[in-house]
Design a protein around this ligand. Structure first.
Ligand SMILES: *[C@@H]1O[C@H](CO)[C@@H](O)[C@H](O)[C@H]1NC(C)=O
Ligand SMILES: *[C@@H]1O[C@H](CO)[C@@H](O)[C@H](O)[C@H]1NC(C)=O
Ligand SMILES: *[C@@H]1O[C@H](CO)[C@@H](O)[C@H](O)[C@H]1NC(C)=O
Ligand SMILES: *[C@@H]1O[C@H](CO)[C@@H](O)[C@H](O)[C@H]1NC(C)=O
Ligand SMILES: *[C@@H]1O[C@H](CO)[C@@H](O)[C@H](O)[C@H]1NC(C)=O
Length: 784
């Protein structure tokens, strides 16, 4: 989202006011950053200022007062003021991927508030498999965003997060920003984050924010859709045409967005750079208007990714003239352009009759509705709900504790031979810490971050446990071009225990840069094996990365006793690691994407097919379909405890009769089996046929722990493009040593036991399935 950004134009209208007193700076114009204040009184009498009217009427009034030039001016991310109506400037572009960030243009982290709580990069937060945690993170982000606004440091409250594209290929540089490779996880992450940020305090399903609901801050589901390639082998996201099947759209690419819109009630969507089956996402009427607004009942605004309109003409050649490009996107249903292309070319598109003003009016309606829902047309927002959120709430103890909770609940224990971990903390041990990321600070934050509330490197955090500590980076940098590791080897020999901290940073995987291989960069592998060889005991290996790394060598190496994956763990990540290493926290994170081996890269990244194609040797994508070798599976993660599962509802039915549907009693048959269309079964019947599944889980270890229970549905011999298995539910339980609990999941046949046919229609097929939790399986026959 940062590519060739070239509009410096600092807003002329930044005003600073405190929660106590409005302090208009005399040298600037007298327009406060909101409308409909009593000063100037002439404007507050407009109908669009009347808070008693429904928002659509207020917006209609406002839009009817604008000249064509004023209208056009509002269709870009930096929307200028309209002083004659008392309307201030507005900046649509702000970022808050894992904490309020100042990398967009709407948020300034000065003068009063300088820092914001920096949660782990999303891929690690996802590893907690805990949607209540995700929701609370969203709430904190929304609250801190409001505080920044209330402090006069925001010219916009529309945040371009969450990034919910499926992490389809481990090489993707932006996979770190996403909740991983599973559509159910991505969907539930989206719902939790969006509801938290936007201020839906009725989490749990009853309350719907709806079209007119007030927003604490606005979230945006991005990037719609099939966007998960940045720059690979000379293919860039700007030119890439993602060829996707209807089947893959229906159960992989679309579900996170559908959830984000329908259950999350997101007020924004961003269309992607890439084309989907030939059509640029932002110019795709079917995608934006028919699917999102039509089928999913989306009410918010749709923005382009930055400069994604210009590339439709300049790079993709899809539009012959600039006027065609702007006409296409507005007709498709896009409302605002990150960039300036709409401002520059709409007038002539209208003059050339390529575009009706009605499309512009529709866009303005969506845009001003969101600004009104944010409370920016109700007079002084400090006197309204959310107006009392002060700077003291930013980086509060509570918020920082949540950043620590997220980091320690996300970190995944991948190997723990001979129970090397946790290290003894009572005894006076000597510890060596080696690796290019041992003293990481900024690297812990990943991308799209602001200045954090605090910064503690892993080295510093470990030092608080082991007073006798020596360290050595081993390599100058993550690129690790070294030829010799003599110094590190010397350090390794000296200590009782050795922790290695290695992995990736933004030089290896980032926006605009995908990886070409899955191995550790440079000579990092040699560093690990050389120091492990001489260490007194097996070593602890900590991997920092967004995407998976092929560390087969370390999995096999007996001198590597334990492996932890810590993603990019955010401002509290160093402390979380130290707590886990020394047993003050029992790790419970589980991988939100499988870890693939280097063979994976034989598949071109550009092949978007999720399902394997045995005829051509194509092995498919994601744990649901991939038939190649995996290093660690999706959902893998150890703990210092051992959890044992059983299906508690074993006495109940293991056959699901869907042949009793009164709505559509005729089971249709195809060559390969009998099936029912979900739309024929009907909602009522599906509701009636919901299947409760109770899973018993017991902590057989000696330590209390928080443990996410993952429930899968699978098949031994899937046909017709059905997955080998798929996640259908997850829930966290907190169990003391020895404690047992039962977790209940409710499976809906239409949602959890269906899958799309080749046309993308959901069907339930007759057959022998199984429910799976851990290694325990329970048969489930479906009769249609
Ligand atoms: C990369 O793409 C550019 C533009 O399409 C082309 O000019 C160049 O030759 C390509 N380079 C390689 C190595 O394929
Ligand atoms: C503009 O609207 C008129 C009337 O609805 C319609 O006939 C015409 O095709 C539209 N023009 C464009 C460019 O969409
Ligand atoms: C670790 O980094 C900090 C700055 O973040 C620096 O002050 C300190 O000297 C570094 N420690 C070592 C051992 O390099
Ligand atoms: C907080 O923000 C200020 C201003 O950007 C920065 O100088 C400081 O380093 C930040 N604090 C931390 C812990 O990073
Ligand atoms: C449903 O299928 C089962 C098993 O084939 C059969 O015993 C039962 O009679 C069927 N029910 C109906 C209503 O057709």
């Amino acid at each position: 989202m940062k590519l060739h950004w070239h509009t410096p134009a600092p807003s002329a209208l930044i005003f600073f006011f405190t929660t106590a007193l409005l302090l208009l700076r005399p040298t600037e114009s007298t327009q406060p950053p909101y409308s409909c204040d009593s000063s100037p009184p002439s404007t507050s009498s407009y109908p669009f200022c009347k808070t008693t009217l429904p928002i659509y009427k207020r917006v209609r009034d406002l839009v009817s007062r604008l000249t064509l030039d004023e209208k056009i001016s509002q269709l870009v991310n930096s929307a200028p003021p309209i002083p004659r109506l008392g309307i201030p400037s507005y900046e649509w572009w702000s970022e808050a991927l894992h904490g309020v960030a100042d990398v967009g243009k709407g948020i300034k982290l000065y003068p009063t508030i300088n820092n914001a709580t920096s949660f782990p990069q999303v891929i690690l937060t996802a590893a907690s498999f805990n949607d209540h945690l995700w929701y609370r993170i969203g709430q904190v982000i929304g609250t801190e965003a409001r505080a920044v606004y209330n402090a006069g440091q925001a010219t916009g409250m529309t945040f371009w997060a969450p990034n919910i594209n499926i992490f389809r290929d481990p090489r993707w540089g932006r996979g770190q920003e996403t909740p991983g490779e599973d559509p159910t996880v991505a969907g539930r992450y989206a719902v939790s984050y969006v509801r938290g940020v936007q201020g839906d305090s009725f989490f749990g399903g009853k309350h719907k924010l709806g079209a007119g609901g007030r927003l604490q801050a606005s979230a945006c589901c991005k990037h719609f859709t099939a966007y998960d390639l940045d720059s690979w082998n000379n293919v860039t996201r700007f030119r890439f045409d993602a060829r996707v099947t209807q089947q893959d759209l229906a159960d992989t690419y679309h579900p996170p967005f559908q959830k984000c819109v329908q259950e999350g009630q997101a007020s924004g969507i961003m269309c992607a750079y890439n084309r989907v089956n030939g059509v640029p996402s932002c110019a795709d009427y079917n995608l934006l208007t028919k699917v999102a607004r039509g089928q999913w009942d989306f009410h918010g605004y749709i923005t382009s990714d930055c400069d994604a309109v210009s590339i439709i003409h300049d790079m993709q050649g899809y539009a012959k003239k600039p006027e065609d490009a702007v006409a296409y996107v507005l007709k498709a249903g896009m409302d605002v352009n990150c960039g300036s292309y709409l401002k520059d070319h709409i007038k002539s598109a209208v003059e050339q009759k390529k575009l009706n003003v009605s499309k512009i009016d529709r866009a303005l309606h969506n845009l001003f509705s969101v600004r009104m829902r944010l409370g920016l047309f109700d007079g002084n927002p400090l006197k309204q709900p959310y107006g009392t959120i002060g700077p003291d709430q930013v980086c509060s103890k509570l918020h920082q504790a949540l950043a620590l909770e997220a980091a320690q609940d996300g970190i995944v224990l991948l190997k723990n031979s001979g129970r090397l971990l946790p290290l003894p903390k009572a005894k006076a041990i000597s510890l060596a810490v080696i690796g290019p990321l041992a003293n990481a600070s900024k690297e812990l934050l990943g991308n799209y971050h602001g200045p954090p509330c605090k910064s503690v490197t892993p080295l510093k955090a470990l030092q608080d446990y082991a007073k006798d500590m020596i360290s050595n980076p081993g390599c100058d940098s993550v690129q690790c071009p070294q030829a010799s590791f003599d110094e590190a080897v010397g350090t390794a020999k000296e200590a009782d225990y050795l922790v290695l901290i290695v992995g990736l940073d933004q030089s290896q995987e980032r926006e605009g840069h995908d990886r070409l291989h899955l191995e550790l960069p440079g000579k990092q592998q040699q560093l690990i094996t050389s120091v492990a060889k001489v260490a007194k005991k097996p070593v602890v290996l900590v991997i920092l990365s967004g995407g998976p790394i092929d560390i087969s060598f370390a999995k096999l190496d007996k001198k590597v006793g334990s492996i932890l994956w810590a993603g990019y763990p955010g401002e509290a990540g160093g402390i979380a690691l130290a707590k886990i290493i020394f047993g003050d926290h029992n790790p419970g994170g589980r991988l939100p994407m499988a870890w693939y081996t280097q063979d994976y890269v034989k598949m071109p990244m550009t092949d978007m097919r999720i399902r394997p194609d045995p005829k051509t040797g194509y092995v498919g994508r994601t744990y649901r379909f991939y038939t190649g070798r995996k290093l660690f599976d999706f959902g893998y993660g150890l703990s210092y405890s051992n959890y044992v599962y059983e299906f508690a509802s074993a006495e109940s039915q293991n056959k699901l009769y869907l042949n009793e549907s009164s709505i559509s009693p005729t089971a249709k048959s195809s060559d390969s089996g009998r099936y029912q269309l979900v739309q024929d079964l009907g909602e009522e019947f599906c509701e009636k046929k919901k299947l409760p599944v109770r899973v018993g889980v017991q902590n057989h270890g000696e330590m209390a722990g928080k443990h996410p229970v993952l429930l899968f549905v699978g098949e031994k011999n899937p046909k017709n493009g059905r997955p080998m298995k798929r996640l259908v539910g997850f829930q966290s339980v907190i169990l003391n040593a020895g404690e047992r609990a039962e977790v209940e999941f409710v499976l809906s046949p239409c949602e959890h036991l269906s899958h799309p046919n080749e046309e993308g229609l959901m069907v339930v097929e007759e057959g022998s399935y199984f429910l799976g939790v851990g290694d325990v399986e329970y048969p489930l026959d479906i009769i249609v």
